[in-house]
Design a protein around this ligand. Structure first.
Ligand code: 4UV
Length: 580
């Protein structure tokens, strides 16, 4: 086991002592923390700490009514929502808000105003940090809930003041507070007060559908985060190096580690692996928004990136990408894939493609969930080849077991497949305002049921073989079928619907709807009818939830006696004759 700490996320990562003010979180204040790929602008650990404290100070000193909106949610903590693609100001917002004692809820930057409204209200948020390009979505959302003091609730997350590249000013931005207005000019406290008791407070609130239903707020506490960081940290003082490596251990001490990934910061994978863990390890993290292969490879070459954090669909692109030959990628030592299953053929194809270009990389997998903050398993580099396809070993301090899906009985036969249960300090506190979903997910004695089916070999290496839960993963993004089903039921021509994921090489899974039409559809009009529904859904959802797997018209949806959709019966459904 590794030592765990009951402190705030801020103190854990950016704490300093008056005896050693040149150190921030134990590393030199002058070390680079974040590098903006587009401009090369770098913020050091010292700057990050100072900017974070300035923002926290401003948030703490906001007038009382702005700190507590109380829009019906049961949370008493002030809560800020971030809606932004990746940008260099993200770490400042993320840490500044938690240093101020706020809960931060992270919204998918592809959300439309309706999807955003659900999260804003459910999380009990009262402030919003929004990227200038998404201000319209926020205004529409706040107008729809008749917000009377919009200008006080919204902070535009400008970054031009830091990068020197002017933000795209729009007339809409006038009258709103900009991020730089909350930074600078203030006398700062040298530390943020935080006692250990408060480490059970919610620091971050990402949304996950869990095993069933619509997205729920996952209450990730300060303790969950400080634990997950320590559990993933490699050579923690006074402990022996553990078998499971972190980014830094994999990269080795001789070359400074540099991390890069196209992962969105609003997802737990991006937040922890590209923002929080790099700070803890003093690993510069390169900030990039979106994935354009050549831009990505250019950044790898320019910033001598050692660790790439990816999702399977991007590895799939790499497996075929000729452009790999055009760049000097010799700095790369590890490619980590997580968030969805990765086929071992792709692992070998990527490794071979890099080898042909003259670069030797290890391609490994991690496995985790929003609810486990996130890491559960990592495959150590040295086993990358021998155990390709496995998600690896459980990280320290975590207990894992495989249980029978139906009875919860613990499997003793290690060859058998069972539902993966985990227990440890990185397991969430529970779902916000949803005690029944929490009780379903976490047993009385603290075991969290992942909803994934796994096997374990005699050496303790786990492989994910199936998913018990409803969740669909499109390019690593969660698509909750229940959300699409309830939307489809609002369509006047639909009487019943079920949504499942169909396998896709490019995207892992594509959401497909099985729909019972409200009237008889003639054979020749089926394509138009289905297309109409597909387009109707497209207009109402974020891009990752589009019904890219098509629509299948059926007479009825298979259901259990209690009315639960029997998704497995839809799964082997032969290629439909009525499809679009
Ligand atoms: O809640 P979520 O969207 O969370 C994630 C988290 C990914 C990780 C994993 C390891 C890390 O170290 C890390 O930093 C981030 O995706 O979705 C959770 C579900 O995604 C599937 C599985 O069904 C989870 O319940 N999933 C995640 N990783 C894998 C996976 C994997 N390697 N193989 C198969 N399925």
């Amino acid at each position: 086991p590794v030592p765990l700490a009951r402190r705030s996320v801020f103190t854990h990562l950016l704490g300093t002592s008056s005896h050693a003010p040149h150190l921030v979180g134990g590393f030199p204040a002058s070390s680079p923390a974040f590098i903006d790929a587009a401009t090369g602008v770098t913020i050091s650990r010292g700057q990050l700490r100072s900017l974070t404290l300035q923002l926290a100070h401003s948030l703490i000193n906001l007038p009382e009514p702005l700190r507590h909106r109380g829009n019906g949610a049961t949370t008493t903590r002030p809560t800020v929502l971030i809606l932004s693609p990746n940008s260099i100001v993200w770490p400042i917002m993320l840490l500044g808000a938690s240093a101020a004692g706020y809960t931060t809820t992270l919204a998918n930057s592809g959300y439309n105003s309706e999807e955003l409204k659900h999260q804003y209200i459910d999380a009990g948020a009262h402030l919003i940090f929004v990227h200038p390009s998404l201000l319209d979505t926020v205004k529409k959302m706040l107008t729809s809930i008749s917000c009377s003091d919009m200008h006080a609730r919204v902070i535009v997350a400008t970054s031009g003041w830091l990068t020197g590249v002017p933000d795209n000013e729009t007339p809409d931005m006038s009258g709103f507070t900009r991020l730089e207005n909350l930074i600078g000019r203030r006398q700062l406290p040298s530390e943020v007060k935080f006692d250990g008791e408060r480490s059970e407070e919610t620091a971050y609130l990402c949304y996950s559908s869990g095993t069933t239903g619509t997205p729920k707020g996952v209450q990730t506490t300060h303790y969950n985060i400080t634990s997950t960081i320590n559990m993933a940290r490699p050579l923690w003082p006074n402990t022996r190096p553990c078998l499971v490596p972190s980014i830094a251990e994999v990269a080795g001490p001789e070359q400074p580690d540099v991390a890069l990934g196209p992962l969105p910061y609003f997802h737990i994978y991006g937040m922890v692996k590209l923002i929080l863990l790099p700070i803890a390890l003093c690993t510069p993290s390169v900030v990039l928004s979106g994935f354009v292969p050549e831009t990505f490879l250019k950044a790898v070459e320019k910033y001598c990136v050692t660790s790439l954090l990816l999702v399977p669909p991007i590895l799939n692109v790499f497996a075929r990408l000729e452009a790999i030959n055009k760049y000097d990628l010799s700095s790369v030592r590890t490619i980590i894939s997580a968030a969805a299953p990765l086929n071992s053929n792709i692992i070998f194809a990527v490794k071979t493609r890099f080898e042909r270009a003259g670069f030797n990389v290890a391609v490994i997998q991690g496995y985790g969930l929003t609810e486990t903050s996130p890491t559960v398993f990592v495959l150590p580099n040295k086993y990358a080849y021998r155990h390709a396809g496995s998600v690896g070993l459980a990280i320290p301090n975590l207990e894992v077991r495989l249980a029978r899906e139906d009875s919860g009985e613990v499997l003793t036969d290690i060859e058998g497949a069972g539902e993966l249960w985990v227990r440890g300090p990185n397991v969430m506190k529970g779902y916000l305002n949803n005690p029944s979903a929490t009780a379903e997910a976490i047993t009385d004695d603290g075991w969290f049921k992942t909803g994934d089916i796994a096997v374990c070999n005699a050496e303790g290496f786990f492989t994910i073989v199936d998913r018990r839960k409803e969740l669909i993963k499109y390019k690593g993004f969660q698509v909750p079928p229940a959300e699409l089903e309830s939307l489809l039921l609002q369509h006047p021509n639909v009487t019943d619907a079920a949504v499942i994921g169909v396998p896709s090489k490019e995207a892992t899974e594509l959401p497909r709807a099985y729909v019972v039409p409200a009237r008889t559809i003639k054979k020749e009009e089926t394509a138009t009818f289905a297309l109409g529904i597909q387009e109707w859904v497209t207009q109402k959802v974020a891009p990752h939830k589009k019904l890219r797997g098509g629509i299948v018209l059926v007479q009825q949806i298979p259901k259990s006696a209690s009315g639960k959709i029997l998704r497995r019966q839809l799964r082997p459904c032969p290629v439909p004759d009525i499809n679009c």
